[in-house]
Write a protein of this length. Structure first.
Lengths: 322, 108
């Protein structure tokens, strides 16, 4: 094969990226992991994890990431702090990855850039971010000790983090656009049993107001059309995520929401380019599925490279010994 | 204390931040904040690179409620940039190092 910089470039250092790094380093691939900020991704803002096997007592997000990072360092994974600007996948089979300071080439790529909390697109959202509006309870809950806060959403994150908020705040209004939660049953049971959580069903947030900091929010019932104002000091939004794919244009196929479509081997629409974890189009986004995706993706990447070698030798009319 | 970064408390905030000759980057953090711990090595790297032009300061919001209260800190990590005693920029949450370098270069 033509000499390229890397066998595999992993983009992103959350659970998917770190797991891909672990498998690739142990497979002795010539691999680099590019992380834009610091390893961890969304797990860093996760207060408590009790559905990742092997930790019967549960583990905090930052602690789990620290352990994952330690583990890949044990196998000398090369992690670089850099940003991927764009991909050039046209010169098949060479993949070019443009970084902030140089362009590198690779046989394969695993995109594991994850996702970020989605904005609601309502009045006051940008102005009050960090001024009472937050997407990270573990970072900011202690600022709202004995205060009233609102939380928006009905999935695992919204419910889990609302329960966490109740350790600090006086009360959480949990605002959800439906009349039932989507979160895992055990989380629902805990939320319903928690006196500090008041549910506001069938409702959406329409604005956030205040002078310097959040002081009140407006909530609209989508069934009746009624609106009401609630005095709160904080507002936490967990209404879903968007894929972190700014560096992509239309190099790989994505679903209607921008998540990368892959086959059962985690391969995208471009051979040799794989996706793993939250950034891929899937029905379930968990740390354990991210790790599983990543292991499959590395296995597929190795397989892809082996096949390329076979293909090339056959193409040259040479005998192939395996 | 990490070399090049001054850990301050409320009592010396005015002297070390507001009356500083050099521009100041102050990192409001707390030990329970995962993202704060995660960006800490990045702030240390920046202190190594820009320490001669900017004073790098950390403020634990748990032990020192007055200063973060005064500047309306409701979210950490918050990196706040001071010049001649006034806030000239702030970055909330975890961002790429390149973004922080951009802000630093702007205030220098």
């Amino acid at each position: 094969m033509k000499s390229l910089d890397y066998d595999l470039v992993i983009i992103g250092g959350g659970p998917a990226g770190l797991t891909a790094g672990l498998y690739a380093a142990r497979a002795r691939l010539n691999v680099i992991l590019i992380e834009k900020i610091v390893p961890g991704g969304q797990v860093l803002t996760t207060d408590w994890i009790e559905n990742y096997p092997g930790f019967p007592e549960g583990i905090s997000g930052p602690d789990l990431i620290q352990k994952m990072t330690e583990q890949v360092k044990k196998f000398d994974l090369n992690i670089e702090s850099n940003e991927v600007i764009s991909l050039d996948l046209l010169s098949e089979p060479v993949k070019k990855i443009k970084l902030s300071d140089r362009t590198i080439t690779s046989h394969t790529i695993i995109i594991a850039t994850g996702a970020s909390p989605k904005k609601l697109g309502i009045t006051g959202e940008d102005v009050f971010f960090g001024k009472g509006l937050s997407t990270c309870a573990t970072c900011d809950a202690p600022f709202f000790k004995d205060k009233m806060v609102a939380a928006v959403g009905g999935g695992d994150t919204a419910v889990q983090e609302s329960i966490f908020l109740t350790k600090f705040v006086k009360k959480v209004y949990l605002i959800h656009r439906r009349d039932q939660l989507r979160a895992t049953k055990i989380l629902q049971e805990r939320a319903f049993a928690n006196d500090k959580i008041e549910f506001i069903w069938d409702s959406v947030l329409t604005s956030i107001d205040g002078l310097a900091n959040v002081e009140k929010i407006t909530v609209k019932n989508i069934k009746t059309g009624d609106t009401k104002e609630l005095s709160v000091d904080g507002c936490f939004i967990w209404t879903g995520i968007l894929p972190n794919t700014n560096f992509l244009k239309d190099e790989v196929k994505v679903d209607n929401y921008g998540f990368i479509i892959v086959d059962s081997n985690m391969q995208s629409s471009v051979p040799g380019v794989f996706a793993a974890g939250d950034v891929r189009s899937t029905g379930l986004r968990q740390i354990v599925t991210a790790a599983g995706d990543a292991a499959s993706a590395v296995f597929s990447a190795e397989h892809y490279m082996e096949n390329r070698i076979l293909f090339k030798f056959r193409g040259n009319g040479q005998s192939v010994k395996r | 204390m990490v070399e090049g970064i001054l850990e301050i408390d409320d009592s010396i905030f005015d002297a070390e931040v507001l009356k500083s000759d050099k521009p100041v980057l102050i990192d409001f953090w707390a030990p329970w904040c995962g993202p704060c711990m995660a960006i800490s090595p990045m702030v240390e790297q920046l202190a190594g690179e820009f320490g001669d032009k900017i004073k790098f300061v950390k403020c634990n919001v748990d032990d020192n409620p007055i200063s973060p209260g005064k500047y309306g800190i409701r979210s950490i990590p918050t990196l706040m940039f001071f010049k001649d005693g006034t806030v000239v920029n702030q970055v909330i949450g975890i961002v790429a190092k390149s973004k922080l370098e951009e802000v630093i270069n702007k205030i220098l």
